[in-house]
Write a protein that binds this ligand. Structure first.
Ligand code: SF4
Length: 369
């Protein structure tokens, strides 16, 4: 790997890919750094599936959100430097031992070239799962195009509708245009059918018993417990043979023993609308933009789980949870704009006691909770 890094919209041009090179603004250097990995049962239903989503939390981040719940590794860079082979080991263990539904790459952008190399090693072995690209939405379309093979489902935030807020709260210049372009790219790709997901899977979900936005609004207390409690673990006993040493020489036992990856259950795009204290109007503006400039068929995930953390604790209005009124205003707007394919959490998910706080999560392998 060589050249100056321009993977994210910041385009800081860090000479970070050679040993001893200068880390970028995000802090990423010449190898991937991973904080934690494991099955996550609390993602949106088609992403969680039955066996959980295989999260890999990458250290460092292209944004600097003052309220970040994952500050130990996003801001402070805690985690393990890994080689591409080690990253492949981590992803293999998620697929073969944890038997997760997909690889959920959390904030992967600075490490995309390494992730692709790891994925190629695994593909050569016959180990394949769909990829969820899970990010703040602060992405470059050029990068998305180049690494589209790592994006079967774009799980993108639309966090702000005003650049001044993005700058003040996340130090992310040009966030609004970048995130909106990323969302549009993912949707149009899904419509074209060039991703592994397919347009209209949200409609299909409505028919297969999963929760819809409207269903969820009708029973907010049940929803709240959905949001705070992992889905039941329906993981079957692992009957796979013991892990063999990494080899690139086929035939490989994993080819025969993995469940078939079923990318069709994944929508090509889920847009997360995290309601932020004092900024519900921006969430509504983003929903309006999404409905008019993209489509109200886009699956949306309206989230109440904002929890004051890290530097937000001393910075109003970020130092408080969202109010019930703020959250309900946004959930109602989603309904008013005609969004039907998606999920809400219920206001109870804003309870700090239920928050998934990265600050409390130990490193290395384990279920995400
Ligand atoms: S991913 Fe990191 S190093 Fe690369 S351009 Fe963005 S901030 Fe700079």
């Amino acid at each position: 790997m060589s050249g100056l890094c321009e993977l994210c919209p910041r385009r800081c041009a860090a000479d970070r890919f050679r040993p001893g090179g200068r880390p970028g603004f995000c802090g990423a250097g010449d190898c991937p750094r991973v904080f934690r990995w494991g099955p996550h049962f609390g993602e949106e239903p088609p992403i969680t599936g039955e066996r959980g989503s295989g999260c890999v939390f990458f250290s460092r981040c292209t944004m600097k959100c003052l309220y970040c719940q994952n500050s130990p590794w996003s801001w402070r860079g805690e985690g393990e430097d890994v080689s591409v082979a080690r990253l492949a080991d981590i992803m293999r263990s998620l697929a073969v031992e944890d038997r997760v539904e997909n690889w959920n790459l959390v904030s992967p952008t600075p490490y995309l070239p390494f992730i692709r190399e790891a994925a190629r090693i695994l593909a050569h072995e016959g180990v394949r799962l769909p990829f969820v690209w899970n990010s703040s939405g602060y992405e470059r379309v050029e990068t998305l195009e180049e690494y589209a093979d790592l994006c079967d489902c774009a799980l993108f935030d639309l966090r702000y509708s005003r650049d001044e807020t993005a700058l003040a709260a996340s130090a992310a210049p040009g966030y609004v245009a970048a995130a909106r372009a990323a969302v549009k790219w993912a949707w149009e790709r899904g419509v074209r059918g060039t991703g592994n997901g397919e347009r209209g899977t949200g409609n299909r979900l409505r028919g297969d018993g999963r929760e819809t936005l409207d269903d969820r609004r009708e029973d907010s207390s049940r929803l709240a417990s959905d949001a705070s409690r992992p889905s039941p673990n329906t993981q079957k006993p692992n009957t796979h043979p013991p892990k063999k040493p990494n080899t690139q020489t086929p035939p490989n036992p994993y080819t025969q023993t993995l469940p078939n990856p079923n990318t069709q259950t994944l929508p090509p795009l889920v847009v997360r609308i995290l309601v932020l204290p004092g900024h519900a109007d921006e969430a509504i503006e983003n929903l309006a933009w999404l409905a008019t400039e993209v489509s109200n068929e886009v699956p949306v995930s309206v989230m109440a789980q904002y929890t004051p953390a890290y530097r937000a604790l001393e910075t109003p209005p970020w130092n408080r949870p969202v109010t019930k009124e703020e959250y309900e205003e946004v959930a109602e707007a989603a309904s008013d704009f005609g969004f039907e394919n998606g999920w809400t959490q219920g206001y109870e998910a804003s309870d700090p006691k239920l928050a998934l706080l990265g600050e409390n999560m130990p490193p290395a392998h384990g279920t995400v909770k």
